[in-house]
Ligand binder design. Structure first.
Ligand code: APR
Ligand code: PHB
Length: 390
């Protein structure tokens, strides 16, 4: 089999890249290790920057998002009994975010790929990349007991943190920058009305907590737990009690509890791999970088990678212009490091570390500054709604 761009991974990065390239007349084949149901069974975050929401609309994948998603023009930062509203729209000249689950984005992308007759090969095992630093790279994979070869001109590694693409970069050429946090997020999904109209990020001496939502009848809550914590140690009752103890009392009083329909623990890590390009292979999304979820940047960074790479490949095929390809890594990495910094800052500010008394006071002063400084609030708002792509 032959194509122009082989895409490894049918997560949001791979599917959005495939959709944008197809709309521009560039052929792609997507290879996914799991089944479609498995991909769609993952519970992930749900805050979309303006840039991503606009890209989904432009790719013909925005209707359900606009019908069922919620535009939020602010969020809250809470610490102990203080509540600070960050007014995104007022502080950024009208910018907002769209609250719409990543799983729904992936579902909409699948529907769009089907409608255009996109080629997605599921249950492709042992995907391997070959000759990525030559002019004719190719990918092999196994399916139904047979080995297959996909010849291509470029490979987009959209295969997440554990995928094979990053490993195709020789060890002596790959640099990784990593910070692993000593805690995780225990999250639940519950068919209960969200406790607040907007998201609440709460820093508390007992640890971080987040009140988020998927709709007016589906809530998503998180509490910080030790990195080695086991989900079985947490009954729903224990979760609700702990969440309430970390929220301002008026919020805790309004919290509607109920049985969890999903409960899991996610580790927190900051990670960047450089370079993002090796020969004719490009790393996109989680394959090249991970952010802790505190800044809601994971999906949005994957989207900006897709923005830069799809434009670069379209320029290459339409105008034989290699400038975008040459500058993909540099452009994407600049925005990645800005979002890594913001996500690390939000995580450091709002989580409980094993820290000295001095550090605790400094964080309190940082929150105090945030409350009293419009400039500090503007900096948070600008980063949260998403920094410009160009
Ligand atoms: N062969 C084929 N497919 C693979 C392989 C492999 N060896 N390894 C992984 N994959 C697939 C996974 O099954 C998954 O469907 O690659 C896809 C990667 O998707 P994601 O992990 O969702 O990564 P990405 O598309 O970059 O999306 C980033 O996902 O994890 C969140 O916070 C993150 O929101 C961000 C978004
Ligand atoms: C979520 O809704 O799951 C969510 C929202 C915001 C975050 C992280 C997760 O920062």
């Amino acid at each position: 089999m032959k194509t122009q761009v082989a895409i490894i991974g049918a997560g949001p990065s791979g599917l959005l890249l495939s959709q944008r390239l197809h709309l521009a007349g560039v052929e792609t084949v997507v290879l996914e290790r799991h089944s479609r149901d498995h991909v769609l069974s993952r519970i992930r975050a749900g805050v979309l920057e303006q840039g991503l929401a606009d890209m989904l609309r432009a790719a013909g994948v925005g209707d359900r998002m606009d019908a069922e998603g919620e535009i939020h023009d602010g969020c809250e930062i809470a610490f102990e009994d203080n509540r600070l509203r960050i007014d995104f729209a007022e502080l950024t000249g009208g910018k907002t975010v769209m609250v719409y689950g990543q799983t729904e984005v992936t579902r909409d992308l699948y529907k769009a790929r089907d409608a255009m007759g996109g080629t997605i090969i599921h249950n492709a095992e042992n995907v391997a990349l070959h000759d990525v630093d030559s002019d004719s790279p190719y990918v092999t994979y196994e399916k139904d007991g047979e080995t297959h070869r996909l010849d291509c001109e470029f490979i987009a590694g959209c295969d997440g943190f554990h995928g094979p693409s990053r490993k195709a970069i020789p060890a002596d050429r790959l640099k990784v920058f990593e910070k692993v946090y000593p805690f995780g997020w225990l999250g639940i999904l519950s068919e209960t009305p969200p406790v607040s109209e907007e998201l609440i990020y709460s820093g508390h001496p007992r640890g971080f907590a987040l009140c988020s939502l998927r709709s007016r009848v589906l809530s998503r809550y998180y509490v910080q737990v030790p990195a080695d914590e086991k989900v079985d140690n947490w009954s729903d009752d224990r979760f609700w009690e702990e969440l309430k103890s970390r929220l301002p009392s008026d919020v805790a009083a309004d919290l509607v509890t109920g049985p969890s329909i999903e409960k899991s623990i996610a580790p927190l890590r900051s990670f960047v791999a450089e370079p993002l390009r090796y020969g004719r292979m490009f790393l996109v999304g989680d394959a090249g970088h991970i952010v802790p979820p505190t800044g809601a940047k994971g999906l949005n960074l994957a989207a900006s990678d897709v923005f830069y790479l799809s434009n670069a490949l379209i320029d290459y095929y339409r105008a034989d212009d290699e400038t975008g390809i040459e500058h993909y890594a540099e452009k994407a990495l600049r925005r990645i490091w800005l979002a890594e910094r913001f996500s690390w800052w939000m995580t450091t500010l709002l989580h409980k570390f094993d820290e000295e008394a001095f550090d605790v006071r400094v964080k309190r002063a940082e929150l105090d500054h945030l409350v009293h400084s419009r400039a500090a609030q503007t900096a948070l708002a600008e980063n949260y709604v998403g920094l410009p792509y160009d």
